[in-house]
Design a protein. Sequence first.
Length: 513
Amino acid sequence: MAQEDVFKKIVSHCKEYGFVFPSSEIYDGLAAVYDYGQMGVELKNNIKKYWWDSMVRLHENIVGLDSSIFMHPTIWKASGHVDAFNDPLIDNKDSKKRYRADVLVEDQIAKYEDKIEKEIAKAAKKFGDTFDEAKYRETNPRVIEHVAKHDALVERYKKAMNSNDLNELREIIVDEEIVCPISGTRNWTDVRQFNLMFSTEMGSTADGAMKIYLRPETAQGIFVNYLNVQKTSRMKIPFGIAQIGKAFRNEIVARQFIFRMREFEQMEMQFFVRPGTEMEWFKKWKETRMKWHQNLGFGADHYRFHDHEKLAHYANAATDIEYKMPFGFKEVEGIHSRTDFDLSQHEKFSGKSIKYFDPELNASYTPYDIETSIGVDRMFLSILFASYKEETLENGESRVMLKIPAALAPVKLAVLPLIKKDGLPEKAQEIMNTMRFHFNCQYDEKDSIGKRYRRQDAIGTPYCVTIDHQTLEDNAVTLRNRDTMEQERINIDNLLSIIEDKVSMTSLLKNLI
Ligand code: GAP
């Protein structure tokens, strides 16, 4: 199936089965804002639990926080967001469509990379086992040409971005002959900066209202609470603070479903370390976070690191964990070595000392920070892409299945009486009433058993139990596995212990230690 079709199918699947709805749909929607339905909210909560438990429960030196969305406006001045949280935008004069200039150039870089990879793949197929990739890269004229163009563009782009040279950014777009995908023309405006923060007013105008911002990241709530947490938890460096919460950005180009939203959710952890040790911790957190992703079992080849060409003003190292979406490898998580920038800025702007006294060194310093920052919505999307399967069964029928890891699945067990009479629904309700205390279950007595299995496959339920007439005699049910479709007869007394282990978060978390 073409990747574009997969994408479209998943978007409509999300709507049909109650995972994601466009926001304000009965009023024709609101661009780049989405609501999570009855299945979506369960999956989202499970993703958040997987992250939270892996951070806060598995690390004795990481604690949680829930700071407010509204914060003092000076925080955003100190953090640099008021002056520098901008995207460079450019308009096509013919289509009147607006684009991020940096994204246009990055897409062009990706095109060169794609061309190189295609040449290599073609040659590897042609020469088989005798293929020497390194030599081919050095000698093949087409590869050499693409690499030269790629490297020159990367260098020029890096320079333009690092020096904030908007004219040069436009020149690159012109020189690379990048066209608007809608109009097909190169009739571009100048590049301008656009601040992404939403603002509102707090207090009545008579009292003099204060302009405040909806936070564009949860991180600053952690930095400004650093002292509160460190003192009250008696944490010693190195230690971390984790937080999950909403963030808001007035994205210029909001597209690709829940990939780029104007209201979204982040799971961020700031890990405070001794200055000079930050690269060691950066490396450790890169490994830890990649392991967390790969632990879901979608295959290591679905992930890659992408080191930043251009470092943000606060960082001395940064990388993204990218997931292979149908529209290419895309960022799901950022890992940044933010130095002492944020704490130092808040010290400066608030006038309060945020130093840490290190008893081992007998010295005070402003801690350095390693940040791991992942978008809940992008994680959600990557799980849907990885788990969406269409299968043709042996009997010629087809099924759509979400092969979501059991611990993250919205519903863990479906309880299905074979028919709606003869005491089977009552027996099924008995099972529901035992199981519902342990995990999320769904009772369904409508339609044929086959149709009910299909419905559960489509929402990713890993197990179904069927209660039939025999159950009333031998206290046994048929347990059906979503992935293999195998069925086995088991005693109801053993049901909980058989399923609980497979669907519990513990089973996922244990692999991380
Ligand atoms: N505190 C650092 C920070 O916010 P970021 O790279 O701008 O870094 C971190 O964002 C993560 O938040 C991204 O990797 C992505 O998963 C998610 N994210 C950022 N903007 C988003 C948007 N508009 N829609 C959905 N998720 C977004």
